[in-house]
Design a protein around this ligand. Structure first.
Ligand code: AMP
Ligand code: GLY
Length: 420
């Protein structure tokens, strides 16, 4: 089977790592520019902004399956023309990807399906949004209704913060659609499921660390580290999340004639009343994907193909009972301004340590040297018999890497360790 992978960060390196373990793989075509991907597949220069180019490439290279990692091309509607051209694609249609693309749409679906989620109201008028938060009071959550690379959400502990968030969104876009939500209290966890329209297969849980610095301080990022499984996601809690949240949502999507196909990433708050939906994403999380792939025993290619072809029934996702953790090494300054081009040493030594796998998120090779080329640069990952072992292995590998221009959080998975 020839596979074209779209996306070139740490998540896609982890997907490629799992795909290349499949005995069914022919050629894996990967985007240019990630040394980790380059080591696993054949690099191609492809403009994914144009579906015709992708379709032409698939025809010329006998590609059997296109696997889309990031949300942007899915929300923009890349899967639809590919499917129309008869090419199997892992990733939802434009209509189904609206579960990530529009928070207001997700709320509408959740209401129709009776899914527990935070109470909300949606506004395009700034004055009405401001009046609403003044009426409700803080704490309150202000969200931009669209993709904003994780930067569109403000959990405001004061009214002034909420008002500032509304004004900033409107200053950025005059008629910005804003969703105002009740703040949920509890432990956050993410649940991943493969969905082929009808069949929903759980793919394990993970917990992310969104803030830049230790102790959940500093600005929000794309994610500074993750671990799996999430201790709050006990088998009983997973069952509830499936029965009360994911399955009813997917039924509603089928009922509307826009079945969901791909991986659904449910961001959940485990509250005193049970699991509640925070948001959906139409892709694997980055860096949650990295830890899930390290625990996966099943053939990923089989699962991705069955999801794309609507034949998931009868498949199983088997995960090792081991724990996995990933620590993000980022350029100093991320998520703000940062310098590129500093040299990273010791990655090979670190990769050879027990249980360790290192995924490339934002690096490039120049001659024999490995250089930083992005905000999030490396995902230093490890598996262990339990979370404590995985964490100590991952930090030992971090310490073997010599990169003074980088930083990482030192408390990844600390909450999971206490929970035990
Ligand atoms: P989102 O992009 O919707 O996942 O929001 C980013 C982060 O904001 C989430 O991971 C939560 O930590 C937080 N968040 C979003 N909505 C809520 C809510 N209603 N209550 C509490 N925290 C929230
Ligand atoms: N790590 C969070 C995300 O991928 O959305």
């Amino acid at each position: 089977m020839n596979v074209l992978l779209i996306g070139n960060g740490g998540r896609e390196h982890a997907l490629a790592h799992a795909i290349t373990r499949s005995p069914r793989l022919g050629t894996l075509f990967v985007p240019r520019g990630n040394p980790g991907l380059a080591a696993l597949g054949r690099e191609v220069a492809l403009n994914i902004g144009t579906a015709e180019d992708v379709i032409g490439f698939c025809r010329d290279h006998a590609v059997d399956l296109v696997v889309v990692g990031p949300e942007a091309p899915l929300v923009a509607g890349l899967a639809d023309p590919l499917a129309a051209a008869g090419i199997a694609v892992f990733g939802p249609s434009k209509a189904a990807a609206a579960l990530e693309g529009s928070k207001d749409f997700t709320k509408t679906i959740a209401q129709a399906a009776g899914v527990p989620t935070a109470a909300h109201a949606t506004f395009t008028d700034a004055a009405a949004a401001l009046a609403h938060v003044r009426d409700k009071g803080a704490p309150i959550v202000v969200k931009y209704d669209g993709l904003m690379a994780g930067k569109g959400v403000t959990v405001a502990s004061t009214l002034a913060e909420a008002e500032a968030a509304i004004r900033a969104l409107h200053a950025n876009e005059a008629d910005a659609r804003i969703v105002i939500e009740e703040m949920l209290v509890g432990e956050e966890a993410s649940l991943f499921c493969l969905v082929d329209g009808e069949t929903v297969l759980p793919f394990g849980s993970a917990q992310d660390h969104k803030r830049a610095f230790d102790g959940d301080r500093g600005p929000n990022t794309g994610g500074m580290g993750a671990y799996s499984p999430a201790p709050v996601m006990t088998p009983a809690m997973e069952r509830r999340a499936l029965d009360e949240i994911v399955i009813p949502t997917m039924r509603e999507m089928v009922r509307r004639g826009t079945p969901y196909r791909g991986v659904i990433f449910a961001g959940l708050m485990i509250t005193a009343e049970g699991p509640k939906l925070i948001e959906y994403n139409c892709r694997f999380g980055d860096p949650e994907c990295q830890v899930l792939m390290l625990r996966l025993e099943s053939d990923l290619l089989d699962l991705l193909e069955a999801t794309a072809r609507g034949s998931l029934a009868g498949h199983r996702v088997t995960l090792r009972p081991d724990a996995a953790v990933t620590i993000v090494l980022a350029s100093q300054g991320y998520p703000g301004e940062y310098a590129k081009g500093s040299e990273i040493r010791g990655v090979e030594t670190a990769s050879a340590m027990p249980g360790v796998t290192i995924f490339h998120a934002g690096t490039r090779r120049e001659g024999g040297r490995l250089l930083a080329a992005g905000g999030r640069v490396l995902n230093v990952s490890a598996v262990g018999a339990d979370l404590a072992e995985a964490v100590s292995r991952a930090y030992a590998a971090v310490d073997a890497i010599d990169w003074p221009e980088g930083f990482c959080r030192r408390d990844i998975a600390a909450r999971g360790l206490i929970a035990r």
